[in-house]
Design a protein around this ligand. Sequence first.
Ligand code: SF4
Length: 348
Amino acid sequence: MTKTFDFLDFNAIAELSLAGELIDRATAKSILEAPDIVLLEQLAAAYKVRHHYWSNHVRLHFLLNAQSGLCPEDCNYCSQSKISSAEIEKYPLIAQEKIVAAADRAAKLKAGTFCMAISGRSPSESVFSSVLEAFETVKAKHDLKICACLGLLNQEQTRRLAEVGVDRVNHNLNTAENHHENICTTHTFRDRVTTIKNVQQAGITTCSGGILGMNETDDDIIDLAYSLRELDVTSVPINFLIPIAGTPLADVNQLNPRRCLRILCLFRFILPKQEIRIAGGREVHLRSLQAMGLYPANSIFIGDYLTTAGQSANADLDMIRDAGFVLENPDGSILETENTTVLKVESK
Ligand code: SF4
C-alpha cells in the first residue's frame, strides 16, 4: 500500500518568509521533522529565500583563536572551560605580530572578515587594551572587516571597540533560554543577551548564533531562532557540536547530515535576511553534503575553528566553485570565478 504523506508546502513557507512573516511553531517543527524524501524540496525553498537576499554569493570568514583555554567558565561543550580535560593547546593572548600575521593570511585567502576570539568570561583590562591595539594595526594594514569574540562585554568596552573601528562583535546565544542552564551555570542566557544589546547600543553589528546537537529539543532550536530574530542580529553562525573527549558532551551524537540541513533551512526561513554561516562542525556533521548547506546558508569559515581543524582552504574553494556559487570580495563585489584559482593556497 502506498503511503500518502501530507507534505508541507515549502514554497508557501518561503513566500511567507520573504514577506517578512514569522513562521509559527507548528510549521517550524514540521520543517525539522520533515522526511528525507522532501529534503531537496525543502532546500530549494530555503534557497529561494537565501537567493533573494544574497544571490549565489558566499562570504568567507577567517577565525583566529588568539587566547586559548584557561577559562573559568563551565560551558559544557567547550574544550577551553575549567571543567574540560581535553588536550588542547593553552596559551595567553598571542603577540600582536602573530595577530597581524593571521590577518595577513585572512587577506590572502580573500576572507572578507577577520574574526578574532579569545577564551574567557570577559577580557581583563590589559588583555582588552592589547586587543584594541592589535585591531587598530590590522585596520590600518588591511581592508578587512573585524569581528571580535571577547566574551561578556559591558557598555564601556563596546564603546571602545567601536572607537577603534571594530565592525562586528560575535557573542552567541548558543542555545534556547530554557536549555541554557543545562549547558552552562557560570553565566546566564540573560548575561549573553545583555552583551548583545551593549554591542548594538555602541553601533556595532552583531554576530550571534548557536551550537546545535547539545541535547536540545526541537522546541529549543525554534526558540533559539526566534530569540535571534527578536534581537535582530546581523549575522548568525550555526555550529554543529563537535563532541570533544574530556568535555561533558563528549558522548553526545544527535546529528546527521540531513538533520543539519533541515536545521539550516529552519534558520533561513526564520532569519531570511541574515548572513547565515555554517560554522564549527561543518566537515564533521555535513560531511559529503557540505555543499548543499550553501543553499540555505551564505557564508562559511575558511581555515580552522577555535580548537579543531577545518578542511583545507583549497577544498572549500573547490566546493564553492563546483556547486556554482561565487565568492564575494571583501568590499561585497564578486570575485570572478576564473580568478578563484589565483586564491589557491598551500594546504594546511
Ligand atoms: S565558550 Fe567561552 S566562556 Fe565558555 S568555557 Fe569556552 S572559552 Fe570559556
